[in-house]
Design a binder for this molecule. Structure first.
Ligand SMILES: [Zn+2]
Length: 668
């Protein structure tokens, strides 16, 4: 997923599941390229049997002796994920509430199995006794040993049992948390007058009540344009507050409980806190390294943010006819005034961009970019899916002759909002690949786009998530547990963040003109303006991202403080302050879905993303570099440490220069 979107200025965030939150790999040695579709009855009927089957398979490999444990583990991991991953996806995307509920109930049963694997002493012994035959097996062995250590295989029995209980409860809390956000029934009622400033198409697309009032849900295509364009401050405040309360007070209780449990887990392992426990397995290695990084980010963006907010305040004074020194700037003002300043200064109107980027054509653009850069082809196939809007594509090799070659994997696209659906943007791994078993990967792109067209931020979101999909689908790892996006959490965003750049440059946009000759076309000057407009607001955006990351670190350092009051205090010290009644932590899904003590990873990954970009030397459509990148980074998944992958791709040690230039708006 992208960054946590809301609470901040709109420019910021998109939270989400990202990639493999919780569950690991995926499926069986079936040649099928598509996933099995299960309804509520099928999930309920099969759940216990599937679980019994994997438990039996685990028992069988525990009693085996000698070599072969890596292949055994791989098979078992696939068997488990073949059932669990589709269920996990359906819990987030099924249009049927009964299916989502059945999926959640089933996941609660299935999730303990992962901990059971990582707590198995016999499996641990087999792994330890295995001598790796090459560098890939060496990394895999190390990964497994860490999994056993973190899961509790090395703890005394009473502590091990408690570690399992904690892991299970934290997973259950996470499922409930995201369900509360996805299914939040809040509707904001607005009069037509309160929607002043909104384009007619937006107004026409809204539901109405009997009195003709507009009924607003909390999905992005509804909320984001409203905050950018609605002239009524009172109405913006109403909508902003509703969005920031998504998930509700109930989620604060779940979050506090998860924090306590994670702390307890760290104590079982004899480390000071959860941040230490989690970060030691990542690129950053220690909380001190993360805090140091966040300090540097703050120092870099502080003045930029102050300058940007002063400009927005000035704009508000102009609009409201007050003294420039006096108007208070609130969080619901930021997107609105940023948008006004962007329009005036760069002649960029986000709403008007939708005509340039029709949603269908934008998706085709993302696929064509990947086809050219990586020598592949997307071929649509009609297959059964969970909703009529969902599309499926086979991904195949495109030979130099122009003919189609071997089948690589599959991709589902679920693009538009609907009731009860996962409400951010994310890529789900439905099935992870393994060369050992000739198993091909499947990924699913899940977004909530406007049906007609995308604004520029959404076009970037599309390419970002598509970057995750490609990381999954183009993976050629030996083992499923190292496939695609199964990399270190503070590296996972790098390929997706890098791919956003293809929505910012003239060369790739030429391809858009090929795909849609009838679409209005951006001139070179407009593309430059678009990028300048994007950079406007970087200070505010990265200051906010740093706050999120610092908050996440604070919650996971030492004995956990209460989540809500800690947020109110931390946010209260920022330039825009804390808004009484807002509940950002209740919908900060990253904290519950795999980014605990890991939100910093977005910015950490971006250092590497922007550095890797330098290999293209400004020529984003370079086939040579594209193919080299596919082999060196995307195909490798997690089978080599990220710093080695990046260094091998760049031919030098990574640097953070491009990142600091980007966050201060200096990068060209
Ligand atoms: Zn992402």
């Amino acid at each position: 997923m992208r960054l946590a979107k809301f609470a901040a200025s709109i420019a910021c965030a998109s939270a989400a599941i990202v990639v493999d939150a919780g569950l690991t790999a995926a499926t069986a040695a079936t040649p099928a390229s598509t996933m099995q579709l299960l309804d509520a009855a099928a999930i309920a009927a099969r759940c216990d049997t599937e679980l019994a089957n994997v438990r039996a398979a685990k028992k069988a490999i525990e009693s085996k002796k000698g070599a072969g444990i890596f292949a055994d583990w791989n098979r078992l991991s696939m068997q488990f994920a073949d059932f669990a991953n589709p269920v996990y996806l359906l819990q987030n995307v099924s249009p049927e509430k009964a299916t989502r509920d059945a999926a959640q109930a089933c996941l609660e049963k299935l999730l303990p199995f992962e901990t059971e694997m990582s707590q198995s002493e016999p499996l641990y012994r087999r792994v330890r006794a295995t001598v790796p035959s090459d560098a890939i097996d060496k990394v895999f062995k190390q990964d497994l040993i860490e999994k056993f250590e973190d899961g509790g295989a090395t703890l005394p029995p009473d502590k091990r049992k408690r570690a399992q209980e904690i892991a299970d409860e934290v997973e259950r809390l996470g499922l409930q948390f995201s369900k509360n956000v996805n299914e939040d029934p809040t509707t904001v009622v607005l009069t037509l007058a309160e929607a002043s400033g909104m384009p007619e198409a937006w107004i026409a697309a809204r539901k109405r009540d009997a009195n003709g009032n507009l009924l607003l849900g909390l999905d992005y295509p509804t909320v984001v344009p409203f905050l950018q364009n609605a002239t009524s401050e009172v109405a913006r405040r109403k909508v902003w507050l509703a969005k920031n309360r998504e998930g509700g007070e109930q989620n604060l209780v779940l979050l506090d409980r998860a924090l306590k449990l994670r702390y307890e887990l760290s104590q079982l392992h004899g480390v000071p806190d959860f941040a230490t426990y989690a970060i030691k397995r990542r690129m950053a290695q220690t909380p001190a390294a993360v805090n140091d990084f966040l300090g540097k980010v703050q120092a870099a963006v502080d003045e930029v943010e102050a300058r940007e907010l002063a400009e927005l305040r000035e704009d508000k004074a102009k609009v409201t006819g007050t003294d420039p020194a006096s108007p208070m700037l609130y969080r619901w003002d930021v997107p609105f005034h940023q948008e006004r300043v962007r329009r005036a200064r760069f002649q960029i109107d986000q709403e008007a961009l939708r005509a340039y980027f029709p949603t269908d054509k934008s998706v085709e653009f993302a696929m064509k970019l990947a086809e050219r850069l990586y020598g592949i082809a997307f071929v649509e196939r009609k297959v059964p899916t969970w909703h009529e809007d969902v599309r499926y594509y086979d991904v195949i090799e495109r030979l130099p002759s122009g003919k189609n070659g071997a089948f690589i994997g599959g991709a589902y696209l679920d693009l538009y909002p609907r009731e009860g659906k996962y409400n951010h943007a994310a890529a789900f791994s439905v099935r992870a690949g393994s060369t050992l078993t000739k198993r091909t990967p499947i990924s699913a792109l899940v977004t909530n786009f406007n049906r007609k067209g995308l604004d520029h931020d959404e076009l970037e979101t599309l390419l970002h998530e598509f970057g995750h999909v490609l990381h999954g689908v183009l993976s050629k790892t030996r083992y499923v547990d190292q496939s695609g996006t199964s990399v270190k959490r503070d590296f996972v965003e790098a390929p997706s963040q890098m791919f956003e750049e293809w929505a910012r440059r003239e060369e790739p946009f030429k391809l858009f003109a090929e795909i849609c000759p009838e679409c209005p076309r951006l001139t070179s000057a407009q593309i430059k303006q678009l990028d300048a407009s994007r950079k406007y607001g970087q200070g505010t955006r990265f200051a906010r991202q740093r706050e999120y990351a610092a908050y996440d670190m604070k919650l996971h350092t030492g004995v956990p403080p209460a989540a809500m009051s800690t947020w109110a205090e931390l946010e209260g010290k920022t330039r825009l302050g804390h808004i009484e009644g807002s509940l950002f932590p209740a919908n900060f899904g990253h904290l519950m879905g795999g980014y605990a003590a890991g939100y910093y990873g977005y910015m950490w990954s971006q250092v590497l993303a922007l550095d890797m970009l330098s290999a293209f030397d400004g020529k984003l459509m370079s086939l040579d570099v594209g193919r080299r990148y596919r082999q060196a980074i995307l195909a490798q998944g997690g089978q080599r440490p990220p710093h080695e992958l990046v260094e091998a791709f760049l031919g030098r040690k990574p640097t953070s220069d491009a990142f600091y230039a980007e966050i201060t708006g200096r990068r060209n």
